[in-house]
Write a protein of this length. Sequence first.
Length: 227
Amino acid sequence: MTPENRVSKGNLLLAALPAAERLRLTRDHAPIDLTLSSTLSEPNERIRYVYFPTDSFISLITPGTDCAQLEIGLVGNEGMLGVPLLLGVNVSPLRAVVQGAGHAWRVDAATFIREIESSLVTRALFNRYLYVFLSQLMQTATCTRFHLIESRLARWLLMTRDRAHSSQFHVTHEFLAYMLGVRRVGVTGAASALQRRKLIRYSRGDLAVLDVRGLERAACPCYAIDK
């Protein structure tokens, strides 16, 4: 297997494409490193690239002031960053920030648009992903409005675990509060409750998921629906 195929198969969307379509989309591009906390796009900026994470993951954050922003989506190796291009729009309404460092396949917007316009197979695949992506955004809106912080935190930790491909990662209470759109004291209480139930271990920002099945039971139904 060539290095290109090894990287492209790390992303489930690219792996689902027939070999010929995948090669046309990626052959003139190289995988890149995504560094933690780097910003890939800002609201209302022109979309220059589409990113297909392999072992990295990206937060999608609503615009606003520092105290009035909310993460509404995560993109890992199941998906892509650059969905508005599928709708014929070349700007994004969201901020995209690397939450988990790693690699991604990067394709310039012009190449991506050319391929989805010239291949019915490619267009059909990405349209199915668009449907899933929009469904997840709607589910997140429901979750934020109606579910308790502890259940939402459990869901977020499971989503992050899925995309990090690891049960251990580093995250602060401050960052969790920012992502969930709640006060820090609320996150502290929720994390302490999960830790008392021996579902997680948390110390100085280092978090380990100890009981995946238990955390799934603690999470709101949104996690299972998203899956």
